[in-house]
Ligand binder design. Structure first.
Ligand code: ZN
Length: 174
């Protein structure tokens, strides 16, 4: 058994608990894995589980299109960028990010859209948007002749057809 960080007794066991956070006037609740000490009652939630919870809340804000200073700041932190880092990606001075987050300026919808796509990419563990922005800031050398493979492209195309085609979305009539 694990040792308690507070009382040092070996009485720590895994539990699940409901935890909530208030963001932008909404209360978000999730069941989180945690560890509880049977001796002193100390409850510990792992940092990465809290980060995942924040990311899930950010997803909900992004999907709902909540565009205000608080949401913008929450999304930026959830994606793991500081003001300077986000400013660099958006090609704006870092101060602009501060203006949006303090409510001095209305949040730029394009900046919000980029941030939302970063959030969704991070959640799906496909950091492609971040890569696209980073590579724009620092272009790589592209050879004059380039051979490409179509396996990934075809795989994605097949998926799009499966989930997005009219044939699938229209109800089947017998
Ligand atoms: Zn303890």
């Amino acid at each position: 058994m694990k040792t308690c960080g507070r009382c040092k007794k070996e009485r720590v066991s895994p539990i699940t608990l409901d935890d909530s956070m208030d963001v932008c006037g909404h209360t978000f609740t999730a069941q989180l894995p945690a560890e509880k000490c049977g001796a002193c009652g100390q409850i510990a939630i792992q940092g990465h589980d809290m980060k995942l919870f924040e990311l899930r809340v950010a997803i909900e804000l992004a999907k709902a299109g909540v565009r205000n200073a608080e949401a913008f700041k929450f999304l930026r932190k959830a994606v793991g960028l500081d003001e300077a880092g986000l400013g660099e990606l958006l090609d704006v001075p870092a101060e602009f990010v501060g203006y949006w987050e303090r409510g001095d300026w209305p949040v730029d919808p394009r900046a919000q859209a980029v941030l939302c796509s970063l959030i969704l990419a991070k959640y799906e563990q496909k950091p492609s948007t971040l890569d696209c922005l980073a590579v724009l800031r620092e272009p790589r050398k592209l050879a004059r002749k380039v051979r490409v493979t179509l396996i990934d492209a075809l795989g994605t195309a097949a998926k799009t057809l499966q989930f997005g085609s009219a044939a699938r979305s229209a109800p089947a009539v017998a």
